[in-house]
Design a protein around this ligand. Sequence first.
Ligand SMILES: C[S@@+](CC[C@H](N)C(=O)[O-])C[C@H]1O[C@@H](n2cnc3c(N)ncnc32)[C@H](O)[C@@H]1O
Length: 200
Amino acid sequence: MTGIDFVGYEVLIEFIEERRLYELEGDIIEIGSFMGGGTAKLARYAARYGKKAYAVDVFDITRDTTPGADGTPMCDVYQAFLEGRSQAEVYAETIKGLDNVVTIAGDSRGVRLPEGQAFMFGFIDGNHQPEYVTNDFYLVWRCLVPGGAVAFHDYGCELPEVTAAIDGLVERHRDEIENVEEIREKHIILLTRKRKAARE
Ligand SMILES: C[S@@+](CC[C@H](N)C(=O)[O-])C[C@H]1O[C@@H](n2cnc3c(N)ncnc32)[C@H](O)[C@@H]1O
């Protein structure tokens, strides 16, 4: 009983690989793991370079009530995918045996990362309320090494508040961002940090 991933994390791994982000210092972080399918893909990839995959999830599918395009709250969408199974159990089964996964179970607004933690790549796909999008960005950005990248899911699709929050962050951090790229068919936007930018 293993979990799928919603996004198709292969495009994220291709991005890391093509830009040789694996040569940078730091691990990978994902915010919003759901069933762990993407976590497992990131962890297998990270292991090739002796890196860890951090995974942050609240493991409480009732928490995100943001309505999607047809008005269905996100929590109902998650419930349908789980078909009565426990999210935490499906996740645990999916990442079983991957000893470089560091799971942080909790609300991303309360997460404290280890002192000195560095990331070379982060993927944000947690709670879709704009204050969470902003919080999750800073959780990653503060630890993102120069040249590293942070990606968001749900950009430019049926969650306009997510798109607006990301546009605001891009504007605010324009001087620290080297490059902005979109993978439109996947609703992903990726921000690469300037190589020489000072960390916050
Ligand atoms: C869209 S799903 C993630 C899907 C996953 N990235 C994939 O592609 O398979 C969003 C996840 O965010 C988690 N989440 C919701 N609110 C959260 C919060 N406040 N803190 C951490 N995780 C949260 C949910 O439990 C859910 O697993």
